[in-house]
Design a protein around this ligand. Structure first.
Ligand SMILES: C[S@@+](CC[C@H](N)C(=O)[O-])C[C@H]1O[C@@H](n2cnc3c(N)ncnc32)[C@H](O)[C@@H]1O
Length: 415
C-alpha cells in the first residue's frame, strides 16, 4: 500500500537569513531551539484564519517568541510550558516594565556593585554540586547580586532576575555552546574567568534597549502564561473548547534526553531560583516517560518506524513514547480550535539510527484525524536556528550525522 504523502513547497521565502532575530524583547534570554521571530510574525500576518483573529495559542511556548509577536500585533495570546524557566522567560518578555523604575534600580545595582563586599554565610545548598560547578569567588558574586535584586519592588524584580538567570549559567563551569551540562575540562578551568558583574550589566543594558522598543508599540493585548501539560486535557478555565483562532508553535522533535536538552539547559536557573521540579524537567516533557500502551495510529511514518524497530527495539519504544504523547497533545490542541481556525506547526525531521522520521507527515496526519485539512507545508533551511544540528546516534565519538537540515512550516485549517 502506498504510504501517505503530503505536499511540500520548497522556498527561500522563510529563510530570514539576514534578519535581526533579537529585536524587541527577543534579545532577553537564550533558549534551546528558539523560533525565528520573523516566522511567527509572517504566519500571524499572512495566514490569518477566515473571520476573526482575536487570540493565539502556543501549546509549547518555550521562551515565548509567539507570545511576544502576538503582543506586538495587538492580539491576545496564551502559552503553556512545563518548564518553569520557559514560563519565567516568556512572562518577563511580554511584560511592559516601567522604564523609569528599571533605570532607577539599575543605578542602584551599579552602585551596589561598585561597593561589593564578599557576602558572609553564603547559602547555596540548594544547588547540586555547587563547588563542582562554580568557583567560590563567582558563586559569591552571583549570590550577592541575587540578594540585592531580591530587595527590589516586585513590579520590576523579574526584569533583573532574568538577566541574572543567563549569568548563573554563563559564569558556571559549563561548556560554552552546549545545552547539556558538560563541565569545562579540568586542565582548562583556570582559563574560565567570566566577569560576573560586567556580564550582568551588559545584559541589563541590552535588555533595556529591547524593552524601550517593545514599550513603543501596541501593548494593550493580554498575555496568559500557563503551566498545563498539552498531553493531558487542556483545563477549561484556561481555554474553552472551540475558542482558539490560531495556533503558532514549534513543538519538540523528540524527547529531551536524546534530542534537545531543555531540562539540562534550564537546570542552572531552575535550581538557582528554586523553581519546582528543577531536576525532573526532562522526564516531564513529551516522551520523557516510556510507555508500552500506545494509542497513536499512523500510516505516514510506519515504514520508518518499522526500520528503527529492526535496528534497535529500545530506541523504537523511545521514539514511540514521544510520538504517542505528541499525538495526544495534537488531539487536545485540536479541540481548543474553532471551526475555520488554523494551526501553524514548525517541525524538524530528526534522524534516529540513520532513519529520518518525517514528523511533518505525522503532524499533518494527526491533525487530519482530528478534523483538519492541510493547506501547505513550506520547507526552509535552518542555518540560524539555535540548536545543535548534529548528534551522535550511536553514542560513538566522531559518529555524528546531520539530524536536521530543513524545517517544515505546516499550515492547516479546522473543517
Ligand atoms: C521547541 S521548544 C519551543 C521554543 C519556542 N518556540 C521558542 O521560540 O523559544 C519546545 C518546548 O516544548 C516544551 N514542552 C515539551 N513537552 C511539553 C508538554 N507536554 N507540555 C507543554 N510544554 C512542553 C518544552 O519545555 C520546550 O520549551
Amino acid at each position: 500500500m502506498k504510504i501517505k504523502e503530503y505536499k511540500r513547497t520548497y522556498t527561500d521565502e522563510w529563510d530570514f537569513r539576514t534578519s535581526d532575530t533579537k529585536e524587541y524583547t527577543h534579545s532577553y534570554h537564550t533558549y534551546p531551539a528558539m523560533m525565528i521571530p520573523q516566522i511567527a510574525r509572517k504566519l500571524i500576518q499572512d495566514y490569518k484564519p477566515k473571520g476573526k483573529l482575536e487570540n493565539i495559542l502556543d501549546p509549547y511556548m518555550g521562551s515565548g517568541t509567539t507570545l511576544v509577536e502576538a503582543k506586538i500585533q495587538g492580539i491576545n495570546a496564551i502559552g503553556t510550558d512545563l518548564n518553569p524557566l520557559a514560563r519565567f522567560i516568556s512572562s518577563v518578555k511580554t511584560t511592559n516594565f516601567n522604564e523609569g523604575l528599571i533605570e532607577k534600580y539599575f543605578s542602584k545595582t551599579i552602585n551596589a556593585i561598585e561597593n561589593y563586599k564578599r557576602p558572609q554565610n553564603v547559602d547555596l545548598d540548594h544547588i547540586t554540586n555547587v563547588d563542582f560547578w562554580y568557583s567560590k569567588e563567582k558563586a559569591e558574586e552571583l549570590y550577592y547580586l541575587t540578594n540585592i535584586i531580591n530587595t527590589y519592588p516586585e513590579t520590576i524584580r523579574d526584569f533583573f532576575l532574568l538577566a541574572l538567570s543567563e549569568c548563573v549559567r554563563e559564569v558556571s563551569y559549563t561548556r560554552n555552546g552546549e545545552f547539556k551540562r558538560y563541565r569545562i575540562a579540568k586542565e582548562k578551568l583556570h582559563l574560565h574567568n567570566p566577569q560576573t558583574f560586567k556580564l550582568f550589566i551588559n545584559k541589563i543594558e541590552r535588555n533595556i534597549k529591547g524593552l524601550e522598543d517593545f514599550n513603543k508599540i501596541n501593548n494593550k493585548s493580554k498575555v496568559v502564561i500557563a503551566d498545563f501539560n498539552t498531553v493531558n486535557e487542556i483545563p477549561k478555565h484556561y481555554i474553552k473548547e472551540g475558542s482558539i483562532d490560531l495556533v503558532v508553535t514549534s513543538p519538540p522533535y523528540g524527547d529531551s534526553k536524546t534530542t534537545v536538552a531543555y531540562g539540562q539547559f534550564s537546570r542552572w536557573a531552575n535550581e538557582w531560583f528554586k523553581f519546582e521540579n528543577a531536576k525532573k524537567i526532562d522526564n516531564l516533557l513529551m516522551g520523557g516517560t516510556k510507555i508500552k500502551d500506545f494509542t497513536l495510529k499512523t500510516e505516514s511514518i510506519k515504514n520508518e518506524l518499522k526500520e528503527i524497530k529492526a535496528i534497535d527495539e529500545k530506541r523504537y519504544y523511545e521514539v514511540l513514547s514521544f510520538l504517542d504523547d505528541y499525538y495526544k497533545s495534537i488531539t487536545n490542541v485540536s479541540k481548543a480550535i474553532r471551526k475555520e481556525g488554523r494551526i501553524c506547526y514548525v517541525v524538524g525531521n530528526r534522524n534516529v539510527k540513520g532513519v529520518q522520521i518525517p514528523l511533518d507527515y505525522f503532524t499533518i496526519e494527526a491533525f487530519e484525524t482530528n478534523g483538519f485539512k492541510h493547506i501547505d507545508t513550506f520547507v526552509r533551511s535552518i542555518p540560524n536556528k539555535r540548536m545543535p544540528n548534529k548528534t551522535s546516534p550511536s553514542n560513538k565519538k566522531g559518529a555524528n550525522v546531520t539530524t536536521m537540515v530543513n524545517e517544515f512550516i505546516i499550515i492547516m485549517e479546522k473543517i
